[in-house]
Design a protein. Structure first.
Length: 128
């Protein structure tokens, strides 16, 4: 059985973007790419704040599936200007994700869907 979920503040993304923020398949939960785009579609310009917002928005969606960062088994991150922001990203990531670390791939891209976003995080989580 599959169940579509979203943190309450992001539930309108289902209607607006025709996507499933959180797809719960039972053992595994798939999270669509999450950016620093706020529920009102605004984006903070400060890179470190936007990175932190992205992790907080991911945290809210994990909570919607009764999960935490500890449940993440695979993470793919997409970065605009990867080399410029990777050290800040890594430092902030380490505030949220601890050992045992998930598999992680970082990819540099030229742009993301929402104007001004510099990061998108996509994860797969597993129920314990």
């Amino acid at each position: 059985m599959k169940m579509t979920l979203a943190a309450p503040e992001f539930s309108h993304f289902i209607k607006d973007w025709h996507l499933t923020p959180v797809l719960d398949t039972g053992d595994f939960v798939f999270f669509s790419g999450i950016t620093g785009c706020r529920p009102d579609y605004s984006v903070v310009r400060d890179a470190e704040r936007q990175i932190r917002d992205t992790f907080e928005f991911l945290k809210a969606n994990l909570a919607a599936a009764d999960m935490t960062f500890a449940n993440i088994v695979e993470m793919t991150t997409y970065h605009v200007d990867l080399k410029r922001h990777i050290s800040a990203f890594a430092r902030i990531k380490d505030e949220y994700i601890f050992a045992p670390y998930p598999a992680w791939t970082a990819i540099g891209v030229s742009e993301l869907i929402t104007e001004g976003t510099i990061l998108e995080i996509r994860v797969i989580a597993r129920r314990s």
